[in-house]
Design a protein around this ligand. Structure first.
Ligand code: SF4
Ligand code: SF4
Length: 315
């Protein structure tokens, strides 16, 4: 494993475990199996875990944390808090359900640009109070836009920028992969810690994951690569890529052909809330029912949380 230092956060693993893949939004495995997958990652040197209030999986991570030395790993999470009360709620919920006294990185989820950030500024001020008390170690944003990465430079409050970086640019809402890399490099040179998400394009780049991984891994400005993983074989594969080792045929056979897709249940009432939420324009209403264009979907699960009828699931 390769490790990175960021200011007073020392030895953060280059691979960050993206736990959306273990949430009930995307994974039907039982609780114990999910905790075991996290334990396997930890035993193999991955010490950085990303979650979110949206993923509704704090219980899994809380259970995983129980028998660990807290300072042997890093937890990042995020929420849509927009004022003092929602910021407080997000922090208290994360602390209680994750069984921890502090959060290493807390982020505002899905920020589009600087104005969006300013719109959440009451929450940001509250988060800064938690940071002063040491309850949040670093603060940041997650985003799918180049604009937000560029605008992050204007805000000293933002330590961490978590954005989409992949070889084709799929999932980036406002430009190309090269424009994103340029923005990331500028943010990095302005002192931001860069977390890259979706190196496999939300499932679109699975035909050659090694090439897709290496593309992101070679970008010097990227500090850590967040990868959604569901199995020990996927963990082994990504570690092999990082360490430039051959992946055994046995491991290859366990991970190949696991293509995920977004399912919309037949009881969809066609309210359109999910369609509005999807910035990839992957959803549309046809004959009063929601339909997905998998060519555009990056499996982010944002739409699933909008559906009051629980129709959307990634399988
Ligand atoms: S359809 Fe849903 S999961 Fe797919 S990109 Fe849109 S919001 Fe994300
Ligand atoms: S939010 Fe749910 S019910 Fe509404 S259109 Fe989307 S899938 Fe259908």
């Amino acid at each position: 494993m390769k490790y990175i230092d960021y200011k007073d956060l020392k030895k953060i693993s280059k691979i960050c475990f993206g736990t959306l893949a273990l949430s009930n939004l995307q994974n039907n495995e039982d609780f114990v199996n999910k905790v075991n997958v996290l334990n396997y990652a930890y035993e193999n040197g991955i010490n950085f875990y990303d979650t979110a209030e949206l993923y509704d999986n704090y219980d899994i991570i809380g259970s995983f944390l129980k028998n660990k030395k807290r300072d042997s790993l890093y937890i990042a999470t995020k929420s849509y808090a927009y004022n003092k009360e929602t910021a407080k709620y997000s922090i208290e919920k994360a602390l209680n359900e994750l069984n921890t006294d502090y959060i290493d990185i807390f982020m505002l989820h899905e920020q589009d640009n600087g104005n969006n950030f300013l719109g959440h500024y009451e929450a940001v001020e509250e988060f800064m109070k938690y940071k002063e008390k040491g309850i949040i170690k670093k603060f940041g944003i997650s985003t799918h836009t180049i604009q937000a990465v560029t605008d992050s430079i204007k805000f000293n409050e933002i330590d961490v920028v978590f954005t989409i970086v992949n070889s084709t640019g799929i999932g980036i809402n406002d430009g190309t992969n090269l424009q994103m890399i340029e923005a990331v490099e500028k943010a990095k040179s302005n002192g931001k810690f860069i977390m890259a998400m979706k190196p496999y394009g939300g499932g679109h780049l699975l035909s050659d994951t090694k090439i897709a991984f290496n593309f992101v891994n070679k970008i010097e400005a990227v500090d850590t690569i967040a990868i959604g993983m569901k199995s020990k074989a996927e963990i082994d594969t990504n570690i092999c890529y990082l360490e430039n080792k051959e992946v055994s045929n046995d491991i290859k056979s366990q991970v190949k052909n696991i293509n995920r897709k977004l399912n919309i249940a037949y009881w969809c009432i066609g309210c359109g809330k999910c369609v509005e939420k999807c910035k990839q324009q992957a959803l549309s209403l046809i004959d009063g029912k929601c339909c997905v264009n998998m060519e555009k979907c990056v499996l982010c699960s944002y739409c699933a949380s909008e559906c009051d009828s629980f129709c959307i699931k990634i399988v």
